[in-house]
Write a protein that binds this ligand. Structure first.
Ligand code: HEC
Length: 134
């Protein structure tokens, strides 16, 4: 059978993302569980998934390294605060404890989004040494 619908593929991906970490070792599970939460509209008691506004995490590639967030005119000072701000104000859900496994998994997922260095460019050029530009 050929699956053509993105909806089916996405659903399958979500089901896999939810099922696989539970059956495999806990090792690499955190960010995958975070991804599953990110894509689950019901995850926080709200009505939309994080992914509906940040599809596949896009736009959040820098978030893992930030210490200040400005979301809808409100400043948040940690990634966990930013996540809870979106849960409450964007997802219309219930904030989660900052030390909960859910928060740790979501944070691990967001940090994993950091764009890898562009391939093919190699190491950056060496800094100019003494005498350069004389
Ligand atoms: C209704 C749309 C919407 C939903 C749903 C939503 N967000 Fe956001 N989010 C935004 C907007 C708008 C911003 C601010 C602009 C930006 O940085 O993209 C933002 C910003 C963020 C940031 C800060 C990004 C940065 O680099 O400053 C994080 C982290 C974030 N969202 C995580 C989440 C998580 C996790 C969820 C699910 C719990 C979620 N968002 C759900 C709209 C949404």
């Amino acid at each position: 059978m050929k699956i053509k619908s993105h909806g089916i593929v996405l659903t399958a991906a979500v089901v896999l993302a939810l099922a696989v970490p539970a059956t495999l070792v806990a090792q690499a599970a955190n960010k995958e569980q975070g991804r599953a939460l990110f894509q689950n509209p019901q995850a926080f008691g709200g009505e939309v998934s994080c992914s509906s506004c940040h599809p596949g995490g896009s736009g959040l590639e820098q978030a893992g390294d930030k210490t200040t967030f400005n979301i809808m005119g409100e400043v948040q000072n940690t990634l966990a605060e930013a996540v809870n701000f979106c849960i409450v104000n964007a997802n219309q859900g219930q904030a989660i404890a900052e030390d909960s496994d859910e928060m740790k998994n979501i944070v691990a997922y967001i940090k994993s989004l950091k764009a890898p260095a562009a391939p093919g460019y190699g190491a950056p050029p060496p800094a100019p040494g003494p005498g350069y530009g004389r």
